[in-house]
Design a binder for this molecule. Structure first.
Ligand code: SF4
Ligand code: SF4
Length: 389
């Protein structure tokens, strides 16, 4: 078990104590220091339909770092963050994607990310500017944002784990947005009230300057930054000072009703992850993708194209017995009778968490005869934007 605050920038421990004191399952299957998604020859890699480049891993994503996280990074004197600070200062100096609200990608990079096809984890062009390829590490780890803090390629609790982390991403994204706006409001209300951000981001298409990687024009940049133009680093540090000085109660008020609703959703999804009881009826998910491996095992996946479960080949015909018409206990008796075998509780739980078996409602009508039991290695579950906004 792990505390949630171990997963996030340190300042959240004091700002969001209710959420951050929760214990969570450790995501041991996503071993980032020895990334299985880059290892074609390992047992884990062999079971995957998609593998990532070793010099990007899953960091083919450009984070949007809120003003106070940028400030936190810049004020942090730990030597390990020196390279991250250098990269961030280079970025600020370029003025591209640099606003009082955040430091983000250029609109060109955003466009490429949004329109890239089957490139996540594969295209060097999409590599994060804070990723150190030589070490395979993030240079700004202590101040990473919501998406980077919550994304995994695999989840201990399968689909339920994915649901939890996605919910948490939504909550922390709200926290980031609101705290960042709050800091702007405190420093200069016009930074929030003026619609300069819309002028910057709201236009259709890409301009010549954006295509050629040039800074925004002087007038727009001056309007965006007001008295802080040329003093961006000072501004970001001030934002960090303001946000890190807030109490948990202050943050609750700033987040309001939306924060409350989202935090309840996070809690519920976390509770489901810890649940070990199986539904009374299970049926084989017709959308399961199945591949035979050289080892004689089968790799099954359903909830994610990055997470396959490798099982002995003997399990394959047994899964078809799960048609949702019998209770779980009855199905297990059928397996014992017809295969002289059973599936252990933990295997059934894994099959359910991966949604290879899914919950079935009580229904004793005959199963539809034309339904194919498996999708053989199809791209049916491909998502082009795995990290999402
Ligand atoms: S989360 Fe990313 S770095 Fe970690 S194991 Fe998965 S692909 Fe590799
Ligand atoms: S900020 Fe760090 S974790 Fe996030 S994409 Fe970049 S290198 Fe990866």
């Amino acid at each position: 078990m792990l505390y949630l605050h171990d997963q996030f920038p340190a300042l959240y421990e004091q700002l969001l104590p209710d959420i951050m004191q929760q214990t969570i399952p450790r995501e041991t299957k996503a071993n980032c220091s020895n990334c299985g998604m880059t290892q074609r020859d390992s047992a884990l890699g062999a079971a995957q339909r998609h593998l990532f480049r070793a010099d990007t891993k899953c960091c083919t994503y450009y984070p949007r770092l809120m003003n106070y996280l940028v400030g936190g990074l810049l004020q942090d004197e730990r030597p390990a963050l020196g390279e991250g600070k250098r990269r961030m200062r280079e970025r600020i100096h370029s003025r591209i994607g640099v606003t009082p609200w955040w430091v983000a990608s250029s609109l060109l990079d955003q466009h490429l990310y949004n329109h890239a096809k089957d490139s996540f984890g594969k295209a060097a062009r999409l590599r994060c500017p804070y990723y150190a390829s030589d070490e395979g590490a993030c240079t700004i780890w202590a101040y990473r944002e919501a998406v980077c803090s919550t994304w995994y390629c695999k989840y201990e609790a399968g689909k339920d784990g994915l649901n939890f982390w996605v919910s948490l991403k939504g909550y922390i994204s709200l926290v980031e947005r609101q705290l960042s706006r709050y800091a702007m409001l405190r420093l200069d209300a016009e930074l929030v009230l003026d619609d300069a951000m819309n002028a910057y981001y709201g236009q259709e298409g890409l301009t010549q300057e954006q295509l050629d990687g040039e800074a925004p024009d002087e007038a727009l940049y001056a309007r965006l930054w007001r008295q802080y133009a040329g003093r961006e680093e000072e501004f970001y540090r001030n934002c960090y000072e303001i946000v890190s000085g807030l109490s948990a109660l202050d943050v609750q008020k700033i987040l309001g009703l939306d924060g409350r609703i989202k935090s309840i959703d996070v809690q519920r999804k976390l509770d489901v992850c810890k649940e070990t009881e199986l539904p009374d009826r299970l049926k084989l998910n017709p959308q399961v993708t199945m591949r035979w491996l050289e080892s004689g095992e089968i790799a099954l996946s359903a909830y994610s194209e990055y997470d396959a479960l490798a099982l002995p080949g003997i399990v394959y015909p047994m899964l078809v017995a799960f048609d949702g018409r019998q209770s779980l206990a009855e199905t297990r008796r059928t397996l014992q009778r017809e295969y002289q075998a059973d599936l252990a509780d933990e295997v059934l739980l894994a099959l359910y968490r991966y949604r290879i078996l899914e919950k079935a409602e009580a229904d004793r009508r005959p199963a539809s005869p034309g339904l194919p039991p498996f999708v053989i290695d199809s791209a049916a579950h491909h998502t082009s934007d795995p990290r999402g906004p």
